[in-house]
Write a protein that binds this ligand. Structure first.
Ligand code: SF4
Length: 458
């Protein structure tokens, strides 16, 4: 069976040569870029805002244990229930148990990358529970049988014609619907589901420790419907989503909106502090928050801890020349792009996914655009270092570097062979990697060392 590395290379090659794919992605990223310029105008001092956000996340992650416990204390005091899930399986089983207690066969789900991470839809489907995506982009992807392509805009690689085709094929609609007609069809299909589903599942953008709340940010209102109409609401969040205080939201909400979609503020920003209380007319009878680790504590204990500051805005994906060429699906992981390349090896296995950290030009554009100033490209280097320290790169690579080191430290060895022999050795060594995609390496007839000597002897 091909390993993740081979699959990544094969998929990347296909996408990098797919000009239509590149055109669609470039079109959508350009629209994003234009919007971000407008969104950034709301900040009097954007750099200061980013630095403050980084400081807040630093404080949250350095005191993660106490902030999570504070969140739990405050949230449970108002009738909410907290479940600690160490693995994806723990989270899946917790959701299944709640669904079984309610005897439900249908769940409505608002957009949530963490439920993608734990493959919740597949798991529930195996247990005869239908999980319906209610975010339009996710709904399109679900209809088309594809995972999200991007952490913020799941169907970014599809044109409006592609979406009309999906609706036509899967729902039998007219083949050339306009975007507004598509939206109306989706709305009609989904509205009924909110009423019939007994359980709503969401992710969450932030956890507020001081008031014990979950914040959900969205543009379509489907998050509010999924959380308030079903009798039970389950919010699943990674443990890194915690913020110390509700007072941090005036900084984080605009940052997330601007860097996520170029808006000044996202259309719906909800703060959920627990289930419906006596005298209240809206909200679920029960509310659960599942706090997911699933490898995040691996990030915490290594030199890539800073990657836990991520607020999943997607900005680094849009800025990355590699992502723009190979797209989101080539990564073979829930989180793609630069931040995906940093965290996936720690969440899903360094040995299987270390190659993602090498899929970077290290141009640093990701770091430049990150609203919380994560040194993303340095984290990629850290991952490479960890892979070497953990002896995961194999004998061949180790031997090649040992030879290279030996040669580079000895002028005599470097001068032993002429340009032809050097070229032969290097081209053979990199036959499957560098040379497979580029012209062969040719050494100059006279090395710099030789030229320098000749010049001195003149
Ligand atoms: S690493 Fe930074 S830019 Fe990338 S998704 Fe996270 S917050 Fe956004």
């Amino acid at each position: 069976m091909a390993d993740q590395h081979d699959i990544f290379l094969a998929k990347s090659e296909v996408k990098a040569n797919d000009l239509e794919h590149k055109r669609k992605v470039a079109f959508n990223i350009q629209k994003y870029n234009d919007a971000v310029v407008r969104g950034k105008k709301q900040f009097a001092n954007l750099d200061l805002a980013r630095q403050r956000a980084k400081n807040v996340k630093w404080k949250a992650i350095e005191n993660l244990d106490s902030y999570l416990e504070l969140f739990e204390k405050n949230f449970t005091a108002r009738g909410g229930k907290v479940i600690w899930a160490e693995t994806a399986e723990d989270a899946q089983q917790a959701v299944l148990q709640i669904c079984r207690e309610r005897n439900t066969t249908q769940v409505v789900k608002a957009k949530s990358m963490v439920t993608e991470e734990i493959h919740l839809n597949d798991y529930l489907s195996k247990h005869n529970i239908e999980s319906v995506e209610t975010d339009l982009g996710e709904y399109i992807q679900q209809l088309d049988g594809e995972p999200p392509y991007h952490i913020v805009t799941p169907a970014m690689h599809k044109s409006k014609e592609d979406v009309a085709r999906v609706f036509h094929e899967k729902l039998g609609t007219e083949p050339h619907l306009s975007p507004s007609e598509i939206t109306m069809v989706a709305r009609q299909k989904l509205r009924r589901k909110y009423i019939t589903a007994q359980v709503g599942v969401t992710g969450g953008n932030f956890l507020l420790a001081d008031i014990g709340a979950v914040c959900v940010t969205e543009n379509e209102g489907n998050g509010r419907l999924s959380t308030t109409l079903p009798q039970v609401n389950i919010a699943i969040l990674g443990i890194e989503k915690v913020l110390p205080s509700i007072n941090d939201l005036p900084l984080f909400w605009p940052l997330l909106a601007t860097f996520g979609t170029g808006q000044q503020v996202t259309v719906y920003n909800s703060i959920f502090t627990g289930p419906r209380r006596q005298g209240e007319t809206d909200g679920p009878e029960e509310m659960y928050v599942i706090l997911l680790d699933n490898g995040r504590t691996n990030l915490l204990r290594r030199e890539v801890r800073e990657s836990m500051y991520c607020i999943r805005c997607g900005s680094c994906l849009n800025a990355c020349p590699v992502y723009k060429n190979i797209g989101g699906h080539a990564y073979g992981a829930t989180y793609s792009g630069p931040i995906g390349a940093v965290i996936t090896p720690h969440l899903a296995g360094m040995n299987e996914f270390k190659h993602l950290s090498y899929a970077s030009s290290l141009c640093g554009n990701c770091t430049e655009v990150c609203p919380v100033k994560i040194n993303i490209h340095e984290m990629l280097l850290e991952n490479r270092k960890i892979a070497v320290e953990d002896n995961l790169n194999g004998f061949k690579e180790h031997a090649v570097w040992a030879m290279w080191e030996r040669a580079m430290l000895s002028r005599r060895l470097l001068n032993i062979a002429g340009p032809g022999l050097k070229g032969n050795v290097v081209n053979k060594m990199f036959r499957d990697s560098w040379v497979a995609h580029r012209s062969e390496i040719h050494f100059a007839p006279r090395s710099f060392n030789k030229l320098w000597k000749e010049r001195k002897d003149r």
